[in-house]
Design a protein around this ligand. Structure first.
Ligand code: NAP
Ligand code: MG
Length: 450
C-alpha cells in the first residue's frame, strides 16, 4: 500500500496497512461466505444484542477513532468525533432491525400467503476517502442487521479507521468473518467485489465515473447495486428570507470537510434584489471561518485530503473570477482557502462540475421559475437548500427541485433515520432510514395450500 500522509502537515504516517491482492480478496470473500449461514440463523435478539455491543465498543473508542481520522484525513476534531458517534448511532438504530424484519400475510384463496425478507449473503461495500467512518457504517450496519455478512474496502487514502472498526467488531463479540475489512486498490479489491459470484450486492459510494463502471460490471451477474455518487447541489436564497442568517450559514453548507462532501451546496442562487447584500454578508462570514489545524478544538475547516485533490481543485480556479477568499495556513500540508466565485455562465465547468473542494459559485436569479430551472440544470441531484419565509414557496420549490435530500431554512446534514440518496446521476437506490435493511434482502413469497 502506498505511504499514508498527514494532510495537515504533509508528513508520512508510520501506519501502513497491507494492500490486499486478488487472492487475498478471494480468501476474505470465502470466509465471509462461510460465516453467512450462522450469522443469518442467529436468533434475532442475539444478533441485535451483538450489534448493540459493537455500538458500545465503538462509543468507548470514540476519541481514538476521531484522532485517527484527524491524522489520516485532516478532518476537524469536532467533525471526526461526530463521525465516530455516527457509526455508533447507525449500529444502535439498526440493532432494532433483527426483531422487526417481518414480512406480510396476504389474503389469497385456498391457502395462506406470507412473505419473508431473506438476507442476500455476502455484501461488498466500497467506501470513498471523504467520510470514511459514516459511509462505511451506512452500509455495514443495515447489511449486518438484515443477516448478511460484509466485505468492506476502504479508500486507499483513508484505511485506518475502517481497519480499527473491524477490530472493534471482533472485540464486541461479532463472530470471525461477519465484518471483514479489506484495504486495497479499487481496481483490484473493489473490482473483485463486482466480479466475484459470491458477493451478492455491491454498495458503492464515490465518483460518478467509477459508479457507472460498477453498475455496468454488476449487470453481468444481475448483481444488486446501490450507488451514492457526486453532487452539485444548489442553495437557493429568496429575497424574502432572513438574508443575514442565510449568509451566515452558507459557508458551513459548502466548506465543511473542506468542501469534500457529496452534499456540498456548491452553487448558491440568490434572488437579484438580495444579491448584493447576500454577497457582502457572505464575505464577512467566509473571512471569519477558522481554517486552522484540524486537531485544534476551534478548527472549522482543515486541509484537503491529498496533494492530488488540491491540484484538481486548483485547476478549477485557473481563470475563474474569484470574488474573495477566506484564510488558510501557509506552509506544508494540502491547504486551500475557502473561495467564492461569481458565475454568470451556466456552461462553465466551475458551475457544472463537482469541484469537491472549498469552492462555491454564486449566481443571481429573478423569480421562482428561474431558480428551479437553474437548480435542475445539472446532471446531478443529491441535495439542496431553500431559504424563504413563505411556507407555500418552500413546499412548491421543494417539490420541484430534482434532488433526493432537501432542507428548508437549514442545511441539514444526513440523518441516519431518514432516507438518503440521489436523483439522476447522483445515484441509484437509497441508504439509511427505516427501509435500508430491505435493500439488503430479497423479498420471498410463500404460498401454503390448505
Ligand atoms: P472514487 O475514485 O470513485 O473512489 C471511491 C472508492 O471506489 C474508493 O474506495 C476506490 O478505491 C474505489 N474504486 C476506484 N476504482 C474502482 C473500480 N474500478 N472498481 C471498484 N472500486 C473502485 O472516488 P473518490 O475519489 O474516493 O471520492 C470522490 C468522489 O466520490 C466524488 O465525486 C464524490 O462526490 C463522491 N462521493 C459521493 C458520496 C455520496 O454519498 N453520494 C459520498 C462520498 C463521495 P481507491 O481508493 O483504491 O481508488
Ligand atoms: Mg478515485
Amino acid at each position: 500500500m502506498s505511504t499514508l500522509i498527514n494532510p495537515s502537515t504533509g508528513e508520512e504516517l508510520d501506519a501502513s496497512p497491507a494492500s490486499a491482492s486478488l487472492e487475498d480478496a478471494d480468501a476474505v470473500i470465502a470466509r465471509a461466505h462461510e460465516a453467512f449461514p450462522a450469522w443469518r440463523d442467529l436468533a434475532p435478539g442475539e444478533r441485535a444484542r451483538l450489534l448493540r455491543a459493537f455500538a458500545a465498543v465503538v462509543d468507548a473508542h470514540n476519541e481514538e477513532l476521531a484522532r485517527l481520522e484527524v491524522l489520516n484525513a485532516g478532518h476537524t476534531i469536532a467533525n471526526a468525533r461526530w463521525e465516530a458517534g455516527n457509526v455508533r448511532d447507525c449500529l444502535n438504530y439498526y440493532s432494532a432491525t433483527p426483531e422487526r424484519l417481518f414480512g406480510r400475510q396476504i389474503p389469497v384463496a385456498g391457502g395462506t400467503d406470507v412473505t419473508f425478507h431473506e438476507p442476500l449473503g455476502v455484501v461488498g461495500i466500497i467506501v470513498p476517502w471523504n467520510f470514511p467512518m459514516p459511509i462505511a457504517a451506512w452500509g455495514f450496519a443495515p447489511a449486518l442487521a438484515a443477516g448478511n455478512t460484509v466485505v468492506l474496502k476502504p479508500a486507499e487514502l483513508t484505511p485506518l479507521t475502517a481497519t480499527r472498526i473491524g477490530e472493534l467488531a471482533l472485540e464486541a463479540g461479532l463472530p470471525e468473518g461477519v465484518l471483514n475489512i479489506v484495504p486495497g486498490k479499487g481496481s483490484v479489491v473493489g473490482e473483485r467485489f463486482v466480479t466475484h459470484p459470491l458477493v451478492r450486492k455491491v454498495c458503492f459510494t464515490g465518483s460518478t465515473t467509477v459508479g457507472k463502471q460498477i453498475m455496468a460490471g454488476c449487470a453481468d451477474q444481475v448483481k444488486r447495486v446501490t450507488l451514492e455518487l457526486g453532487g452539485k447541489s444548489a442553495n437557493i436564497v429568496f429575497a424574502d428570507t432572513d438574508v443575514a442568517a442565510a449568509a451566515a450559514s452558507a459557508p458551513y453548507a459548502v466548506f465543511d470537510n473542506a468542501g469534500q462532501d457529496c452534499c456540498a451546496r456548491s452553487r448558491i442562487l440568490v434572488q437579484r434584489s438580495a444579491y448584493d447584500e447576500f454577497v457582502g454578508r457572505l464575505e464577512t462570514s467566509v473571512k471569519a471561518l477558522r481554517v486552522i489545524d484540524p486537531a485544534d478544538e476551534q478548527s472549522e475547516m482543515g486541509p484537503l485530503v491529498s496533494a492530488g485533490q488540491r491540484d484538481s481543485v486548483r485547476a478549477y480556479l485557473d481563470g475563474a473570477s474569484i470574488a474573495f477568499t477566506g484564510s488558510a495556513p501557509d506552509g506544508p500540508g494540502w491547504w486551500l482557502p475557502p473561495t467564492v466565485v461569481e458565475s454568470s455562465d451556466t456552461s462553465e465547468a466551475i458551475w457544472r462540475e463537482e469541484v469537491f473542494g472549498p469552492v462555491v459559485a454564486v449566481m443571481p436569479f429573478d423569480d421562482e421559475d428561474e431558480a428551479v430551472a437553474l437548480a435542475n440544470d445539472s446532471d446531478y441531484g443529491l441535495s439542496g437548500s431553500i431559504f424563504t419565509s413563505d411556507v407555500g414557496r418552500a413546499l412548491r420549490v421543494s417539490r420541484r427541485v430534482e434532488a433526493g435530500n432537501l432542507s428548508v431554512n437549514s442545511h441539514s446534514s444526513v440523518r441516519y433515520w431518514t432516507p438518503f440518496g440521489g436523483y439522476k446521476q447522483s445515484g441509484l437506490g437509497r441508504e439509511l432510514g427505516p427501509d435500508a435493511p430491505h435493500a439488503f434482502t430479497e423479498e420471498k413469497n410463500v404460498f401454503i395450500a390448505h
